[in-house]
Design a protein around this ligand. Structure first.
Ligand code: MTE
Ligand code: MO
Length: 257
């Protein structure tokens, strides 16, 4: 059980979480996550094997009501840590979810989940690498190429970059247009062979295969074409805007693509 904490365990050394790694802790992580995780304590961890089957569900529920942030940094049994910098995240269903594509485009529009599902779907099967050290091998993602959405919207001549926003109300990300047009950059609807769970950013998250996982914004609600790169949430705290795995953030991880 403890093995699952690996290098990401709070107090386990440098790079334990995004906030601590930069030495400039964000408002919603860092100390609070550390205290929350310690507060869970030996009792909580010892009980974890018995919770295994329901753990993912439990964490999803806990993240909605847990002001201590305990749920921000826990293993889920699959090698992932759930990250969430917002205090709470609303649940979006097929009936309520919308993705807005706008900014410097000819044809701004909003997509429902059904409309996204009706577009050509692409599948990848690549490793996920978090900048704090943990890696999950061969994670299937399926979704719509961001480049297809850009083509549909018609990027105007002055467009240079994309800003991604999230319905958690807090997180954001960025890519240059040429990065976003790669064929392994997806608006992902499925992960690990099933619809993306709420914990993993469902119903829709960004997936940027060649970059550290902080680029893969969860709970995606907006894509806006901008005239310059506007650094995302963690990038304001020192992470590289160009987050290539193995050649950014001072790390030498094996590339994911
Ligand atoms: N909206 C949102 N997206 C996010 C984050 C977040 O806190 N909020 N954390 C990022 C970071 S640092 C990582 S490592 C991954 C974690 O994805 P997971 O929770 O599915 O493991 O989501 C990224 N996308
Ligand atoms: Mo991360």
């Amino acid at each position: 059980m403890n093995d699952e904490y690996g290098d990401s365990r709070p107090g386990g050394g440098p790079g334990e979480d995004e906030g601590a790694a930069t030495g400039r802790k964000g408002p919603a992580v860092g100390r609070r996550v550390l205290l929350g995780t310690l507060a869970l304590g030996a009792g909580g961890l010892a009980a974890a094997p018995y919770l295994q089957s329901g753990l993912e569900k439990f964490l999803g529920a806990a993240s909605q009501v847990d002001p201590t942030g305990i749920s921000n940094l826990l293993p889920n049994g699959g090698g992932f840590r759930f990250y969430n910098v917002a205090a709470s995240v609303p649940t979006k269903t097929a009936a309520t979810y919308r993705l807005a594509v706008g900014g410097l485009v000819e044809r701004p529009r909003s997509y429902t989940l059904a409309e996204l599902k009706a577009l050509p779907q692409v599948r990848t099967d690549l490793d996920v690498q978090c900048v704090t050290g943990w890696r999950v091998p061969k994670v299937p993602f399926e979704g719509v190429r961001v480049s297809d959405l850009l083509d549909a919207a018609g990027v105007r001549a002055e467009g240079r970059a994309l800003r991604f926003t999230c319905f958690d109300g807090t997180y954001s990300e960025s890519l240059t247009l040429s990065q976003a047009r790669r064929d392994d950059v997806l608006v992902a609807l499925r992960m690990q062979g099933k619809p993306i769970t709420k914990d993993h950013g469902g119903p829709v998250r960004l997936y940027v295969a060649p970059m550290y996982f902080y680029k893969s914004a969860k709970w995606l609600s907006g894509i806006s074409v901008t005239d310059k790169v506007e650094p995302g949430y963690w990038e304001e705290y020192g992470y590289d805007v160009d987050g290539w795995v193995g050649r950014s953030n001072g790390r030498d991880d094996r590339p994911t693509v």
